[in-house]
Ligand binder design. Structure first.
Ligand code: RB5
Length: 142
């Protein structure tokens, strides 16, 4: 189950992401927002981060205007590893190396075509399970 969250700035791109997930038959839980009416991104970042730390959802996707505010907020939760990615290499590498559990993007930074490729890379790439990466991830939590 993929947890989704965005603010008004991220909403147009989130609609595209939802269309992709539905086309692929990927299950998601949408924590809002649900329109382009101005709102506060921490509300939605916190809802998605909580869904991850409680294991309600295994991964999350967060979108705001830049992806920055929403990722900063999510990363305040212990156990959340939110990666702000605007290219496919980073999306793949953060799964392999960081076992990132939330993908953050900025709707004012990337177009929908690239964003969907980033989502695909993020969702389809497994964690490497390499000892050195496990050690480093554990060090984040110390
Ligand atoms: C909203 O205008 C904008 O500040 C927000 O979407 C995000 O970019 C914050 O980091």
């Amino acid at each position: 189950m993929i947890a989704l969250g965005c603010d008004h700035g991220g909403y147009p791109l989130m609609k595209e992401v939802i269309k992709y997930l539905e086309d692929e038959g990927i299950e998601y839980k949408n924590f809002g927002t649900y329109s382009e009416e101005s709102c506060d991104y921490p509300i939605f970042a916190k809802a998605v981060a909580k869904a991850i730390v409680t294991n309600e959802c295994e991964k999350g996707i967060l979108i705001c205007g830049t992806g920055i505010g929403i990722s900063i907020t999510a990363n305040k939760f212990k156990g959340v590893r939110a990666a702000l990615c605007h290219d496919c290499f980073s999306a793949k590498a953060t799964r392999e190396h960081n076992n990132a559990n939330i993908l953050a993007m900025g709707a004012r930074v990337v177009g929908a075509g690239l964003a969907i490729e980033i989502v695909k890379n993020f969702l389809e790439t497994p964690f490497s399970n390499d000892e050195r990466h496990i050690r480093r991830i554990n060090m984040i939590e110390d």
